[in-house]
Design a protein around this ligand. Structure first.
Ligand SMILES: Cc1cc2nc3c(=O)[nH]c(=O)nc-3n(C[C@H](O)[C@H](O)[C@H](O)COP(=O)(O)OP(=O)(O)OC[C@H]3O[C@@H](n4cnc5c(N)ncnc54)[C@H](O)[C@@H]3O)c2cc1C
Length: 369
């Protein structure tokens, strides 16, 4: 059923969607949040069981609601984050529809968009915030021989706990936080090797007695755009209290240069040697989960065309929660609120036929609808 024109439809009820809803309300736009899952808590319930935040509670809040009680320097566990997001959603006076997966967004001939959901709803909207995360779109590379490999190949998105790997020979591919954390957790249970293209780069969790996030805030590094940060940090860096480096030094965890191919029962390492392997876990990242925007022509090879989260192809379309959307902290609990205000301001400008529309016409941006 087509309802009246909603000012903003937010796709995704995770931290990004909730931050967008709060920012929209502050800007005087009443949002409708559409969440595919059963609760507006994002992907957090699906992260592996032992996950704790890499930032202390005091630096991990969304705008307006702090993490409750306890030691502000604790690192909240996954389930505490889920409870926090549930509470955060309850604090927002917005319509949140759960069990509503957006399947497609089409342009509306009379202006705005038509949002289709898997339960048959069609919602007309002036603006869209695409806040559907990336966890639903894990990136799995394909290596030579992979089809013939009889062992287990899995993205780390589907890893929950070490028990199923007990006693097995396991490779974890990747040099980021998830790769190291999962390999470290598996090490007492399985024979584990980290396979990485480049040496692992570590960032100390604590510097001069303070958590790294204190320094990111006071130095302003948290707000650095990608272009500048990339010059300072060349590879993905892993936060480490020292345990990971110690585990590698002590030989509890081994690292090898990435293997070059699969065989029927294992892998071929870069030096040409073959090794039988039971399971390979790829911690190789994610891509934005935006298929529902394909009918609009808003994507380039699946990736959004945007500047700072504001679509460069469609007026009234913005993105939230993209990695490095505007800064180092964009895709984090502590940073997404800042981006939410930014993209919602752009939407509010579009609503009133404001400055961005004029800017686009003078720059002849490719507005397709
Ligand atoms: C393993 C892991 C650990 C992380 N640890 C931290 C950390 O310690 N600290 C930190 O700040 N950040 C961390 N992050 C980064 C980031 O904060 C999280 O990924 C966070 O979940 C991103 O929130 P989001 O709302 O953008 O996306 P998500 O949490 O993925 O939420 C997106 C929501 O959109 C819904 N959705 C998807 N498609 C549709 C659709 N078509 N229609 C309707 N709904 C849809 C999904 O069901 C989901 O609820 C971590 C990420 C990962 C993967």
């Amino acid at each position: 059923m087509i309802t009246s024109l909603e000012p903003v439809v937010i796709v995704g009820g995770g931290q990004s969607g909730l931050a967008a809803a709060r920012a929209a309300l502050s800007a005087g736009l009443r949002p409708v949040v559409l969440e595919a899952g059963a609760a507006p808590v994002g992907s957090w319930p699906d992260y592996y069981d032992s996950l704790t935040l890499f930032s202390p509670a005091r630096y991990s809040s969304l705008p307006g609601v702090a993490f409750d009680g306890g030691d502000p320097d604790r690192y909240p566990a996954r389930d505490e984050v889920v409870a926090y997001l549930r509470r955060y959603a309850g604090s927002i006076d917005a319509e949140i529809r759960t069990g509503a997966r957006v399947t497609a967004v089409h342009p509306r001939p009379s202006g705005g968009y038509l949002v289709h959901t898997d339960n048959g709803d069609e919602i007309a909207a002036a603006g869209i915030v695409a806040a559907s995360g990336s966890f639903g779109n894990p990136y799995l590379p394909v290596l030579p021989g992979q089809d013939a490999y009889a062992g287990e190949v899995r993205h780390v998105a589907h890893y929950r706990r070490p028990v199923p790997y007990a006693g097995k020979r396991v490779l974890v591919v990747g040099a980021g936080n998830s790769a190291i954390q999962v390999a470290y957790e598996l090490a007492p249970h399985a024979r584990v090797t980290l396979a990485t293209r480049a040496p692992i780069q570590f960032l100390p969790q604590r510097i001069r007695g303070r958590d790294l996030h204190h320094w990111l805030r006071v130095t302003g590094a948290d707000l650095l755009p990608r272009a500048i940060l990339a010059r300072l940090i060349r590879h993905a860096a892993v936060l480490d209290t020292g345990v990971y480096r110690d585990a590698i030094t002590a030989g509890l965890l081994t690292r090898r240069e990435m293997f070059t191919a699969f065989t029927a029962d294992g892998v071929i390492w870069a030096d040409g040697t073959h090794e039988p392997v039971d399971a390979v876990l790829f911690a190789t990242g994610y891509r934005p989960n935006l298929d529902y925007l394909a009918p609009l022509g808003a994507l380039d090879d699946g990736m959004p065309c945007h500047v700072g989260g504001v679509s460069t192809t469609h007026l009234g379309l913005v993105y939230l929660g993209l990695e490095f959307q505007r800064s180092f902290s964009s895709n984090t609990l502590r940073g997404v609120g800042r981006d939410a205000s930014h993209v919602v301001a752009a939407l509010a400008g579009d609503e009133s036929g404001g400055s961005r529309r004029r800017r686009q016409s003078t720059k002849r941006s490719p507005v397709r609808r």
